[in-house]
Write a protein that binds this ligand. Structure first.
Ligand code: FAD
Ligand code: UDP
Length: 397
């Protein structure tokens, strides 16, 4: 019929919306996006706090950064960006340090000034107890890079709180590149482009979906039985891009993949400024939260009402059945299950798996968008414009 979509996208996060926008704008396809939440946008969704008007990132603070020119050009079609540059501070043992590790932190921590060369020599000596190439877990890797004193102050307690796992049991690649800067540069990201969407994430995400050929159906779970576009009804009849959890798609047949979730507790404080910066990490292990976000600091260019601010305590824990899956834990067992799901995904006719949940990969926004642009160019466009088989390919590697 006239209303039959050419493509169904499950999930309206950055991955799903990029696919929908490209297929509608460039190929003129009719795209139906199914979203089980009451809003579009996935985890980047934000909304104004009702009491203060401060823009809150509902699923955790989202900082946009990229060095990918293609992604930067693409995102600028839908939003402009402020010149916000992210900086993070960390409390440890009664003092506040400027992260990531840099000359300022090193001088403060060791209680005297160092030239860049002196600091380099100091850290090299402290890190010499373990060869980086021989490090087999997170703790060894970190000590081999920054030495034991800095590891114990800034990494050990924070990592234990964030992962609730002994750092000697965590994979070394959680800290693949632990930046230590021998200068006073305290920018959190190294990317060429950085900023926050001028009128907010939700305005940006909404503009991506604003096309006559795109329909977003909210509060519609692909797996709920009995609706027009439920999985049982449409699987195999129309091309599908699926961005939900890959294990859920297969009814957890190979076992559940493990995730960490975060609890975010927001409260209004009756002061202009609670902590003087957007993000304060708490590196002491006996403080139960990992960090506090104060959202007004993400937009110093906006005029928010005075006398009030909103802060959010963040706590980390393993996800249970009904929790939002946030970070893939990625144990050896998880990786084994994932390989099995990838095999199943390859054989699933007319379905492509993508995004953070569909690939079980921690993807930053620019990575999710970049990966969706690749899926469009390499799979969807050849299929719809040139009749190539949609095939499997399954999960994007
Ligand atoms: P999602 O945004 O998760 O979207 C998937 C959507 O699919 C969801 O809306 C979900 O409801 C929907 N869905 C799932 N199953 C179904 C179903 N059965 N039926 C219908 N709908 C379904 N990135 C950065 O670049 N910078 C940051 O600072 C940053 N901070 C982050 C902080 C946190 C706490 C988290 C969790 C992520 C952060 N990210 C950050 C990553 C960013 O959120 C992701 O890159 C982005 O959300 C990926 O988009 P996606 O479309 O793959 O997934
Ligand atoms: N980390 C740490 N101390 C800090 C900040 C980060 O030990 O002050 C470690 C910790 O293991 C964490 C990882 O670095 O899991 C990545 O930190 P990031 O802040 O980038 O994590 P995210 O923002 O994705 O939660």
């Amino acid at each position: 019929s006239e209303s039959t979509p050419d493509l169904v996208v499950v999930g309206s996060g950055f991955f799903g919306l990029t696919i929908a926008e490209r297929c509608a704008t460039e190929l003129g396809l009719r795209v139906l996006v199914l979203e089980r939440r009451h809003h579009l946008g996935g985890n980047a969704y934000s909304e104004a706090d009702p009491e203060t008007g401060i823009e809150m990132h509902v699923y955790g603070a989202h900082l946009f950064h990229t060095s990918n020119e293609k992604v930067w050009d693409y995102v600028n079609r839908f939003t402009s960006f402020t010149n916000y540059q992210h900086r993070v501070f960390g409390q440890y043992d009664g003092q506040v340090y400027s992260l990531p590790m840099n000359l300022g932190l090193i001088n403060q921590f060791f209680g005297r000034s160092h030239t860049p060369d002196e600091a380099r020599a100091l850290i090299a000596e402290q890190a010499s107890e373990i060869e980086t190439s021989e490090a087999t877990n997170l703790e060894e890797k970190a000590i081999s890079l920054i030495g034991r004193p800095l590891y114990e102050a800034f990494i050990k307690g924070y990592t234990a709180k964030q992962w609730q796992t002994d750092p000697t049991k965590l994979s070394a690649d959680i800290i693949t590149r632990l930046p230590v800067r021998y200068n006073f540069d305290n920018r959190w990201f190294n990317d060429k482009y950085e900023g926050l969407p001028v009128d907010g994430y939700t305005a940006w995400l909404t503009r991506m979906a604003d096309h006559p050929n795109i329909e977003v159906r909210l509060e519609t779970d692909f797996f709920a039985p009995g609706h027009e576009y439920s999985a049982d009804t449409i699987k195999g009849t129309v091309p599908i891009v699926y961005t939900g959890p890959v294990d859920e798609y297969f009814g957890n047949s190979e076992g559940r993949l493990s995730w960490r979730t975060v609890d975010l507790e927001a409260e209004v404080k009756h002061v202009d400024d609670f902590q003087g910066c957007a993000v304060m990490n708490y590196n002491d292990q006996d403080v139960p939260w990992t960090r506090i976000h104060e959202f007004k600091h993400f937009h110093p260019e906006r005029t928010y009402i005075s006398g009030k601010t909103v802060i959010v305590h963040e706590y980390s824990r393993f996800a249970e059945d009904d929790d939002e899956p946030y970070y893939p834990v990625n144990t050896a067992e998880d990786r084994e299950k994932l390989l099995k799901y990838r095999e199943l995904a390859k054989k699933e006719p007319m379905v492509l798996f993508g995004g953070r949940l569909g690939t079980y990969k921690y993807l930053d926004m620019h990575m999710a968008i970049g990966s969706a642009l690749s899926m469009f160019e390499n799979k969807l466009k050849p299929h719809f414009a040139e009749g190539a088989a949609l095939h499997s390919g399954g999960v994007d590697e």
